[in-house]
Design a protein around this ligand. Structure first.
Ligand code: ADP
Length: 261
């Protein structure tokens, strides 16, 4: 049994996957809140995974780090970019995937893959929170909801979305508070919040040029309303993995497997 690990140190969450490179199966996967201490986050999640899989640390043949904190974790193991890891993870789950959309806590990325699975081109928004999970987190708070509740709340809307006029997170937050104070339906406002983020991600995807075989990854893909609206916006089917948040960590574990097989 040749075991490798991929750790994705994100801005909001740390994700890790243990992979059996011999049998080509995922042994265990985990998501935890990021504390900002990348070294300790990586150590903790790796120990938890190894315990869950009843494996000794000495069984680990290789570790690859990816994500925002990959350079500061100071852990044994090479680093690979999030773009490359998301591409590898998505292709492992959907063999014919050609476009990967990853929306995380503080950035969103679109990656275009060649027929051979290699990264062809990519676009990234890391300047503005409006196309990211942070926008959803801020708006959920403004509505008195958790980020886990926000998507279903929006899907429960009766009627059309209340369109937000501001895309900037700070202005949009005040606008949401004012709309609720004015008596607008919280569900229709929530739908408007999702539409605002989907419009931004949609224009990034169109700039890149989308293919028909799209995979939606990252924590925001756990939001059912985002999945539905993004598929509508692109007028294309969207494949969403069972565990979209660990796609990058899976890709990292696969890169680690390449080092030892
Ligand atoms: P990062 O890599 O930057 O840490 P992630 O890909 O882990 O980001 O995604 C974090 C984002 O995912 C959060 O900002 C939140 O919007 C969203 N998210 C996480 N868990 C859930 C959930 N259970 N339901 C809906 N959205 C979620």
């Amino acid at each position: 049994m040749t075991i490798t690990a991929g750790i994705d140190l994100g801005s909001r969450a740390v994700k890790a996957v243990l992979y059996d490179a011999g049998r080509r199966v995922v042994v265990a996967a985990r998501v935890a809140d990021a504390t900002g201490d990348h070294r300790s986050d990586a150590d903790l999640i790796l120990s938890a995974l190894l315990r869950a899989a009843r494996l000794k640390p000495s069984r680990l043949a290789a570790v690859i780090l990816t994500g925002y904190g990959r350079h500061t974790a100071d852990l044994d193991g090479d680093v690979v970019t999030e773009i490359a890891c998301h591409a590898a993870g998505a292709r492992a789950l959907f063999a014919r995937a050609r476009t990967v959309i990853d929306i995380g806590g503080q950035d969103s990325k679109a990656v275009y893959l060649g027929a051979d699975g290699k990264v062809g081109d990519f676009a990234m928004n890391d300047r503005c929170a409006a196309g990211t999970g942070r926008f959803l987190e801020t708006m959920a708070l403004a509505l008195g909801l958790s980020v886990e509740q926000l998507g279903q709340h929006a899907l429960d809307a009766q009627g059309t979305a209340v369109r937000l006029s501001s895309v900037c997170t700070v202005f949009a937050e005040s606008e949401v508070v004012a709309l609720i104070a004015r008596g607008e339906s919280s569900q229709r406002v929530a739908l408007g919040i999702h539409e605002a983020i989907v419009r931004r991600v949609g224009s990034m995807l169109r700039r890149l040029g989308v293919s028909e075989r799209m995979v939606f990854a990252g924590g925001v893909a756990r939001n059912a309303c985002m999945c539905q609206l993004l598929a509508q916006e692109m007028a294309l089917p969207l494949a969403v993995p069972d565990n979209p948040q660990t796609v990058g960590a899976l890709g990292a574990a696969l890169y680690a497997a390449r080092q030892v097989t």
